[in-house]
Design a protein around this ligand. Structure first.
Ligand code: 3PY
Ligand code: MG
Length: 256
């Protein structure tokens, strides 16, 4: 494989379970420090995190430097950033609120080269981080060496699950349990662990099994992530830079 430096797709497509860090603070060194502790991947969250484009570019580079896979969550319906972040070396893109076939198709069009999508050529930085001398070599494999994560986080998305999962070019169904809990309770409850969310998780696992896609889930902590890995999820994000920082600080202060 020419894009040998891209590890995440290879690992997930081989059936491995991958735990990922999640970073909101716009500080590339934090991503690097967390990656160097041993996470296989780091999400740079441009939807609710505080990243801008220059800081995200640096973070993508630093995560690669640490030997992990950078994944970027783009802001809501921001498909112009999808290929931009892939061009800068991201190994995967998380797109929020993929609520139906139309959103899934637009995401694939931005993320995958023809014949699957319409990603435009210009992957000069990605070719460098992939370790190849010419973007032609990166492009020849990019549809399989990079990943699309379609966020399932509404009732509408659950209603369209088979159409989203069946779409060529959608690689991972990634559940956002917070938004899903709000949607399933019609705005009444924010509870990522509610019974209604648990029911949704079962549906996502079943749809992934039917269509050969990878199930993923945002998890509050390691306990939740390992529990859900046992039930079949294979891409699990664990806490965040901010929650780790606050919890570590609070524990020290408590000890004082
Ligand atoms: C959600 O839980 O809705 C998410 O998007 C995770 O960040
Ligand atoms: Mg969400």
């Amino acid at each position: 494989m020419a894009n040998a430096a891209f590890s995440l797709a290879r690992r997930l497509r081989a059936g491995e379970t991958v735990y990922s860090a999640w970073c909101s603070l716009p500080e590339p060194l934090v991503c690097e420090a967390i990656a160097r502790e041993g996470f296989g991947a780091v999400v740079i969250d441009m939807q609710h995190g505080m990243w801008d484009e220059p800081s995200a570019l640096q973070a993508v580079s630093y995560v690669h430097l640490a030997g992990a896979a950078p994944i970027v969550r783009v802001p809501l319906w921001h498909n112009s950033l999808v290929s931009r972040m892939l061009d800068w070396g991201a190994e995967g893109i998380i797109a929020p609120m993929i609520n139906g076939e139309a959103e899934a198709r637009a995401f694939v069009q931005a993320a995958k080269y023809p014949p699957v999508g319409e990603r435009s050529v210009g992957a000069h930085r990605a070719a460098m981080v992939a370790g190849v001398s010419d973007q032609k070599l990166y492009i020849a494999e990019a549809n399989t060496t990079t990943l699309t994560f379609a966020m399932i986080e509404t009732q509408a998305a659950l209603d369209s699950l088979d159409r989203i999962a069946a779409m060529p070019g959608i690689d991972v169904l990634f559940v956002g349990p917070g938004d899903l809990s709000l949607s399933l309770s019609n705005g009444a409850t924010l509870d990522p662990h509610s019974a209604a969310v648990e029911g949704g998780l079962e549906k996502v696992l079943a749809a992934c099994a039917r269509h050969g896609k990878i199930p993923g889930l945002f998890c509050r902590d390691a306990e939740r992530a390992t529990e859900k890995a046992r039930s079949g999820f294979r891409f699990l994000t664990v806490g965040s830079d901010l929650t780790f920082l606050r919890a570590g600080t609070a524990a020290q202060l408590k000890a004082l």
